[in-house]
Design a protein around this ligand. Sequence first.
Ligand SMILES: Cc1cc2nc3c(=O)[nH]c(=O)nc-3n(C[C@H](O)[C@H](O)[C@H](O)COP(=O)(O)OP(=O)(O)OC[C@H]3O[C@@H](n4cnc5c(N)ncnc54)[C@H](O)[C@@H]3O)c2cc1C
Length: 386
Amino acid sequence: MSYMTEERRLIQDTAREFAMREVLPIANKLDPLQEDIPMSLRDKMAEMGYFGILMPEEYGGLGLGCFEYCLVTEELARAWMSVASIIARGNGMIGWAAMTDEQKQMYLPKIAGGEMLGSFAMSEPNTGSDIASLTCRARKDGDCYRLTGNKYWCTFADGADYLMVMARTSEMDPNRRHLGISLFMIPKKRGELPPGVGGAPIPKIGYFGFKTWELAFDNFRVPKENLIGEEGKAFYYATSGLEVPRAHTAARSIGLARGGLEDAIAYAKERVQFGNPISDFQAIRFKIGEMASQIEAARQLMYYVCDEIDGGRRCDKEASMAKLFASEMSERVTSEALQIHGGAGYTKLHAVERYWRDARLTKIFEGTSEIQLRIISDNLLGRSKR
Ligand SMILES: Cc1cc2nc3c(=O)[nH]c(=O)nc-3n(C[C@H](O)[C@H](O)[C@H](O)COP(=O)(O)OP(=O)(O)OC[C@H]3O[C@@H](n4cnc5c(N)ncnc54)[C@H](O)[C@@H]3O)c2cc1C
């Protein structure tokens, strides 16, 4: 079955052209310097409507589906994964659907238009895969809440225009740990942390283009109007509809793998050893054939999942499969791409090392591979006790 319509081809071709012209040269220049995605690129992406692909048209979005979102994502990730990620700061910001009408009117058009991009602070030093264990506390104090606690892995905390912070508004009930967690929106000045919030960037090994922060809140004041959705319900906001970010991460993984493949093909045709382009050697040819097959398999699974999501059909198991398969594939394929480059691949002079480093992350964030396997096996075997 082909999912591609004429409109989707156009969206794909336009995104491909944009990514290769506007994103790739910047990625190749800035990633080795560990610099941030420049505002000029963010503005161009906003003009393309990329921050609001999924956002309803009434709020200034494009009102398209997960399929189109992932088509664009694959193309952007082929050039720079961080750029494919930043569009989720508009499209995929946790909790927007739970906003009041007033909050939606106030924020969504700006979010869809890329004027206001967010950063999500859920993880903590001792809270990773087990979200329900989070301990950052929000205590009610008259007309506000006071936040105290530490957050970890908060990507884009400095560059964003607001933070979405998950914090506990009631004591943890050991039997129902997922209850009592709330979501707060903290608007802030772009380029810095909110005054009174401490923090430092984490020295990560890739995913450059933005910094990832540890944050410290100490009695930090948040007006009560900045509570998003119902008090105590944020666990549901963070975990419902996870199929979309998983499909999006599959698309990022596929884009990276394609970057590796395309660069490996170009390199293999040019690099001469033993009097022949290395692309003449069967060992290299078979690698290329294998890499392309793996990418296509991941892509078809992702297309299927997107179609299920857009059709309103439940597909949590398949979305986990797509995320798992695509991210594991991406690490293998980008590693093979690096191998085809030989020693040149192990330098900062070629983009392939970046694809490989970034592909490694796709197995960790948006639910690790082990967590995806847990979801898939729970679906097949019934829930495990651990
Ligand atoms: C670069 C980067 C950017 C990030 N950006 C953000 C962000 O913007 N906002 C945010 O909130 N978070 C962010 N994260 C956090 C990310 O979501 C977590 O790293 C991820 O959920 C895993 O949590 P952890 O690192 O604490 O690993 P842990 O949960 O401690 O897991 C460690 C290992 O144990 C395994 N494991 C854990 N539980 C089980 C289980 N039940 N069964 C089997 N194996 C298990 C894991 O798969 C893993 O291999 C980011 C992370 C990174 C690395």
